[in-house]
Design a protein around this ligand. Sequence first.
Ligand SMILES: [Zn+2]
Length: 339
Amino acid sequence: MNAADGERYSRQILFAGIGASGQEALGCSHVVIVGCGALGSFHAAALARAGVGRLTILDRDYVEPSNLQRQWLFEEADAEAALPKAVAAERRIAVINSGISARGIVADLTATNALRLLGDADLILDGSDNFETRYLINDFAVSRGMPWIYGAAVGSYGVTMPVIPGRTACLRCVYPDAPSNVQPTCETAGVLNAIVAAVAALQVADALKFLSGHADLVVGRITTLDVWQGGIRQIETPPPDPQCPCCGRREFVHLEESVREPVRMCGRNAVQIHDRERTIDLLELRSRLEPLGEVRASEFALRFVTGPYELTVFPDGRAIVKGVSDTGLARSLYARYVG
Ligand SMILES: [Zn+2]
């Protein structure tokens, strides 16, 4: 380490848990951040400042004015230009720390590109907003023995859990299936920037432990916290479940390429989403979406218009997103409004 870096990271090196050897290890590490919204942009900024040598930032979305309240890396000009978040993040990280390598990739993580995008990570941080992506990360990480750290936040509530394959329970040990009912999202229930900072900070702390050579300090536990009602709760996760389809039976269904791909509808500016079967209560979804735009629902279909987009959602979880031809953007809209 040169003298300038010794000074730059001096307060972190002074911290006994990191030290000079931990700092060297961080500098040789590669972290992939999946999703660069509120959680992911905190991860990216914190890890860049901590001197993690290589960051890859994946995101499929564009900066919008409503992101600025909690998505730490972005500025008004990014929203005005509707820059891809991955591009805006890469630019901002380059200004925060020119001594590390940060690469933003505008992409929707799928079974098809998972190996290419995640393959040489030392650790994956979850900054995504949906269970499909998390199950894909979980399958990929467990199949390769790679650690990853789950995180989620909505309203004033958040949750995080590290997954160290071979040692701790995986996401499917704890949540065998995605929630089948309509879930609140940041678009429908709002979110405080304080909770995303709190969750992302816990994820970053576990990442720093792991990458600096203290993997043994990463404990398999679920932390839930609520910054409005108060209260932090930590429960140790059970040991890995031998019957877990992912880490027990090693059936990596989310890595099967046929499972997830949305389909562009020929001749129409629309994308069909049909990647998982779930039962959706359309009337409940209508009540969540009513404050946000024009919505109509029957027992057969719900139609919701927001800006230039129109979502038609069916009770089996399928949806048609009109006004887009980009499948990643369509999946992003689905995750935001349907959950
Ligand atoms: Zn498992």
